[in-house]
Design a protein around this ligand. Structure first.
Ligand SMILES: *Cc1c(COP(=O)(O)O)cnc(C)c1O
Length: 431
């Protein structure tokens, strides 16, 4: 499979180059030259296949010229070493729980897959790769955990001091080895600005082989399709395709779902559920793309004003907005409604939503109210314990720490406190 740049001013490359480069040299996002089709027998037999077999068959056409069969199977098996259950919340609404991975967030799958691909590709390289990421909390933990102890790769994570939850901070700062956490005296936006500046620094890039690990990288984006196929395996009503609702920020996760649909996966409709950062809902109703400044919300992993991956969704629908709108809706959910939804789900359905899942649950419930007889699921993208402030505010009760997290919370934080300026980052990277 070749990947072309959506800016169309640089040559198409294979999966290996696309994964190592992250972004095309003309600044565009990589996109596969064709969308593989899965045949009917695959979907008929899906309940008999193991999760690893399903994932392997889905991803193979995208990567087969760069990874051997056994290598790929091993990567898939290591990526999916935890369950992804579809559980009922109401008779019509199911939750696809993506928080059973090592850092309790859906980003684990993409980060684990990408790290193992890069590890394989860099096995015999002379220079190490440095993965540089800014995080508001969730991405950093998944990347740190995914890349931990992978040969040939150094990871540097920038996070805003005092602005991530305690579980998130421990996940970033307690691994050691090839993972360095830089605690920046500034905001998430500052962290992102510093990272972008490093990527533009030619002199630094001559010294270090820098790459990023966010969802624009195809090696992180494509494996997110697994969720949708694994959900379908568990979907009991095979004669009625589900409505799928995805809490969305950078739109990487939902874009993977749309790609899965275009490969043949039965889906009734997609809903991209956003928080107050409503660029895409506004775009779909006015046809004018007008990103505002990002605002802070309880579902902070979705505080994105200009979602990078939406351009890929447009590409999948060949830039045809009417066609896109037949299959795809996007709505904005306020913080007030998010908290009300957490409270309601806890009281009425005995289900603890995290703020991101709450945005998804509410958007799906609203949609189903207007479309009688349909059923669907939302993606529960993080464990509620990662967002304790919102849960306490909504319900008045604490979320008990899962047993598996106790050892983590006892580990000692190990970070480098860093001034909020580029010189400080540069000397830490170069030194
Ligand atoms: C990253 C993240 C999202 C948003 O996913 P996108 O692919 O950026 O749309 C939603 N929920 C949680 C918990 C996340 O960490």
């Amino acid at each position: 499979m070749k990947y072309y740049s959506l800016n169309r001013r640089s040559p198409a490359v294979d999966f290996k180059s696309a994964a190592i480069q992250g972004q095309a040299s003309d600044g565009g996002l990589f996109f596969p030259e064709s969308i593989p089709q899965l045949d009917k027998t695959f979907f008929h037999a899906i309940e008999q296949l193991t999760d690893h077999e399903i994932a392997y068959r889905v991803i193979r056409p995208y990567v087969s010229d760069c990874l051997q069969e056994e290598e790929l199977y091993k990567i898939v098996a290591e990526t999916l070493n935890f369950p992804i259950p579809l559980v009922p919340v109401t008779p019509d609404i199911f939750s696809l729980e993506l928080f059973h991975g090592p850092t309790l967030a859906f980003k684990d799958v993409g980060a684990r897959f990408m790290s193992r691909c890069l590890g394989t590709f860099m096995k015999n390289a002379e220079k190490k790769v440095t993965v540089l990421v800014a995080t508001s909390g969730d991405t950093g933990g998944a990347v740190a955990n995914g890349f931990y102890d992978v040969n040939g790769i150094e990871v540097v994570i920038l996070y805003p001091s005092g602005m991530v939850s305690s579980v998130q901070e421990k996940q970033l700062t307690t691994l050691g080895k090839n993972i360095r956490a830089l605690e920046v005296k500034g905001s998430f936006d500052d962290c992102q600005r510093l990272v972008k500046q490093a990527f533009r620094d030619e002199e630094l890039r001559n010294k270090l082989f820098l790459t990023s690990a966010n969802s624009i990288n195809v090696a992180r984006w494509l494996p997110q399709q697994f969720y949708y196929f694994l959900a379908y395996k568990q979907w009991q009503m095979k004669n009625q395709a589900p409505v799928i609702c995805v809490p969305s920020g950078n739109f990487g996760n939902i874009c993977a779902g749309v790609l899965a649909y275009r490969s043949g996966l039965p889906v009734d409709h997609f809903i991209a559920a956003c928080n107050a950062n409503d660029t895409i809902p506004r775009f779909l109703s006015t046809s004018s793309y007008d990103p505002l400044k990002a605002v802070a919300t309880f579902s902070n992993a979705m505080d994105v004003a200009d979602p990078s991956n939406f351009i890929r969704i447009l590409e999948i629908f060949e830039q045809q907005l009417p066609e896109l709108k037949k299959n795809f809706t996007s709505v904005s959910v306020s913080d007030t409604v998010t908290l009300q939804t957490i409270k309601k789900a806890a009281e009425q359905f005995h289900y603890t939503l995290d703020p991101h899942g709450a945005v998804g649950f509410h958007a799906l419930e609203q949609y189903l109210r207007g479309h009688a007889g349909k059923k669907g699921f939302f993606l529960e993208t993080a464990h509620p314990v990662k967002f304790p402030d919102a849960i306490v505010k909504a319900t008045g009760t604490h979320v008990p720490l899962p047993e598996a997290l106790l050892p983590l919370m006892q580990k000692e934080k190990n970070s480098i406190l860093m001034e909020n300026n580029y010189e400080a980052l540069r000397s830490l990277l170069a030194g």
